[in-house]
Design a protein around this ligand. Structure first.
Ligand code: UD1
Length: 368
């Protein structure tokens, strides 16, 4: 029996593990060949940052919950390591699967690799080449100790080869997040979110911003308020606010300055958020995953960052990397709202079958 523990920690992990879990459950070797368990580190713990995703993505209750919560990077990473080591020593899995680039990803891969447990990294090889981002450090370190590196886009293959990673460990399988998107897209038809927020298809702007480099800055946030108020004159804006952004907006006393056309909401669950994404006229974001989801959906996206680890979304998708100068963001948004749209294509292997490929490769390597 091959025992595998997959790790989830923060919001962007849930939609990546869900299709992998489904692919293991559907696979013929399930029950006699593979035992797939889920460990939730508790890095994200709010109902709206975590539990709603388990419900929306039909994930089973996690087999292990570490309850680490918030803290500094060192505190959070260290707490995950201490608790995850206990699980690994007791459970003795053969393999662990980590996804993405959050603190739980590096914490769990480090613990497993020191116990000589094979580490699988899904979404390997992405690089922003900006080492001031905690996610970039997490990506570099996780990739360097992983035994299997599953890559979403061609840039990932080049980056890993340039870093000297053996080609025998690298597999181009596509994007598991798109597996979830494709699987759950039909469910968006039943979502009431557009009615609830009084939005019309293609006539609103969806905004998400949570990167510390943006939202921890008073000057960025106060400029953001005037940018949103200006754009709000052209159409309604919906801004589901991440806890980090919410805390900063209220501490800086900025919330009151927003016009009534800018709607702040709590974080939104997976199906309702997909519904918003699919129907938005424009998305303005600093998220990693949303750059990919908009490219897949053919929705216009402005990324408020100086770099992206997902260059395919700019090279062939609908994403535009505008930078953090909000005047430029406003200009780019106005162009799109005036009809100057970017055409996009769907990247190779973003076809809803990535998790199946991953499971097939792992089963072949470990069970045959
Ligand atoms: C983390 C990831 C980031 C990912 C993001 C998605 C790292 C280094 N960063 O950033 O890559 O894009 O998640 O959301 O792992 N908080 C709550 N409730 C929660 C979770 C967080 O209130 O359920 C608050 C806490 O006050 C915390 C702050 O949000 O201090 C930030 O949370 P944290 O997990 O540290 O990092 P994120 O900014 O969410």
């Amino acid at each position: 029996m091959l025992k595998i523990i997959s790790v989830v920690g923060a919001r962007p992990n849930f939609m990546k593990i869900a299709p992998i879990h489904k692919a293991f459950s559907n696979s013929v070797i399930h029950n006699n060949g593979v035992k797939h368990l889920i460990c939730h580190t508790g890095q994200h713990y709010d109902e709206k940052m975590s539990k709603i995703f388990f419900d929306d993505l039909e994930l089973p209750y996690p087999d292990f919950y570490l309850g680490v919560g918030s803290g500094s990077h060192a505190e959070q990473t260290a707490k995950v390591m201490i608790e995850f080591e206990k699980i690994l020593l007791k459970e003795k899995p053969d393999v662990i699967i980590v996804v993405g680039d959050v603190n739980s990803t590096i914490a769990c891969s480090l613990v497993a690799s020191k116990l000589n447990i094979k580490v699988v990294h899904v979404e390997a090889g992405l690089r922003s080449f900006d080492r001031t981002m905690p996610e970039e450090i997490n990506r570099l370190l996780t990739d360097s100790i992983s035994d299997f590196l599953f890559v979403t886009e061609k840039s990932g293959l080049d980056n890993l080869k340039n870093e000297g990673v053996s080609e025998s460990k690298i597999f181009f399988v596509g994007n598991v997040m798109i597996d979830s998107l494709l699987h759950y897209l039909p469910k968006t038809e039943a979502s009431e979110i557009l009615n609830d927020l009084e939005l019309k298809k293609n006539e609103f702007i969806l905004v998400t911003l949570h990167r510390p480099s943006n939202v921890d800055s008073v000057s960025f946030l106060s400029q953001l308020i005037s940018t949103l108020n200006n754009l709000g004159r052209k159409g309604k804006i919906v801004f589901p606010v991440h806890p980090r952004t919410k805390k900063n907006l209220s501490e800086m006393g900025l919330e009151e300055n927003l016009s009534e056309n800018v709607l702040l909401t709590d974080p939104i669950g997976y199906i309702d958020f997909l519904t918003l994404l699919k129907n938005a006229g424009l998305v303005i974001t600093d998220s990693g995953g949303i750059q990919e989801e908009t490219t897949f959906l053919g929705v216009q996206c402005i990324t408020v960052r100086e770099n992206t680890e997902r260059p395919v979304t700019v090279e062939i998708g609908t994403n535009q990397l505008i930078g953090t100068n909000l005047k430029k963001v406003e200009q780019a948004a106005e162009k799109i709202l005036n009809g100057e749209k970017k055409c996009g294509k769907i990247p190779e292997l973003w076809d809803g079958k990535s998790a199946e490929r991953i499971v097939q490769i792992l089963v072949q390597k470990f069970l045959s």
